[in-house]
Design a protein around this ligand. Structure first.
Ligand code: CAA
Length: 259
């Protein structure tokens, strides 16, 4: 496993956990942090023992956004020639294994954007989400106007991006940004339980389900339904599919071979 300065990476059974670790700066996402997250996801994706990955922060902050102190002196050419995606800032979104953002406290700007790159977001009752970039004279730069709009719709996304206000956990769940709210002291327990459950499924089938859902955000309904049908048919080439159905009929738990 690689060594890191700004994040902690651990493996609990079949669950990989990436924890942002810049507590004095509320996990502000510098270029260095984004680069380390990329390496961590590369490592965990290549690790056959890992079936699901959690991205999390601290109790006070998942991440309070891109590092404003690092960005302030930069000009257009600096940001254009080395932007966040070029250093792998969107690596979480391209991960083929299922990912869960476990959010407590602030998930603002790039923090909200990083959480939205994950497949599932669960949050504690203390979570606060927002895209406050407009208050800094800029706009979201790594998915905030795009993924947020797809997740919560145009009016609320405009509300957040144009006023810079924060949304609490209840509003985030109501609007479909998060799938579950849990008490703050239970966040990691719940996230790990969810990740273990997902990691226990057939790995190729989990990747297919993830891929099909993600496809719905990129294509027409007719094309998406075709992709889904093709992948559904493809599961019939897998041992895990015949085992899964046999186990149901024989009233036992399936043993996935991940093939
Ligand atoms: N970048 C750099 N430093 C940050 C930071 C950020 N995004 N957020 C917090 N910090 C630093 C603060 O400067 C402070 O450092 P000092 O002690 O050295 O002054 C430390 O973290 C603690 O922060 P606060 O004292 O401000 O803590 P608070 O509890 O009073 O407020 C907060 C918390 C409301 C989250 C506030 O810190 C805040 O508004 N942060 C900035 C949020 C923001 O604007 N994010 C968007 C960034 S731009 C972006 O993300 C672009 C993109 O789309 C890619």
């Amino acid at each position: 496993m690689s060594s890191f300065e700004h994040i902690l990476v651990e493996r609990k059974g079949a669950v990989g956990i990436v924890t942002l670790n810049r507590p004095k700066m509320l996990n502000a996402l510098s270029f260095g942090v984004f680069s380390e997250i990329k390496v961590a996801i590369d490592d965990l994706e290549a690790d056959d023992a890992v079936g699901c990955i959690i991205v999390t922060g601290s109790e006070k902050a998942f991440a309070a956004g891109a590092d404003i102190k690092e960005m302030q002196p930069k000009g257009f050419i600096d940001m254009f020639s080395q932007d966040f995606t070029q250093i792998g800032g969107d690596r979480v979104a391209t991960c083929t294994k299922p990912t869960i953002a476990a959010v407590s406290g602030y998930a603002l700007g790039g923090g909200c954007e990083l959480a939205m790159m994950c497949d599932i977001m669960i949050c504690s009752d203390t979570a606060k989400f927002g895209q406050p970039e407009i208050t800094l004279g800029t706009i979201p730069g790594i998915g905030g106007t795009q993924r947020l709009t797809r997740a919560i719709g145009k009016s609320k996304a405009m509300d957040l991006c144009l006023t810079g206000r924060m949304m609490d956990a209840a509003e985030a769940e109501r609007s479909g940004l998060v799938s579950r709210i849990v008490p703050a002291d239970k966040l990691m327990e719940e996230a790990i339980a969810m990740a273990e459950k997902i990691a226990g499924m057939s790995r190729p089938v989990a990747s297919m389900a993830k891929s099909a859902v993600n496809r719905s955000l990129e294509t027409s309904l007719a094309e998406g339904l075709k992709v889904e049908r093709d992948l559904f048919h493809a599961t019939f080439a897998l041992e895990d599919r015949s085992e899964g159905m046999a186990a149901f009929i024989e009233k036992r738990k399936p043993v996935n071979k991940n093939r």
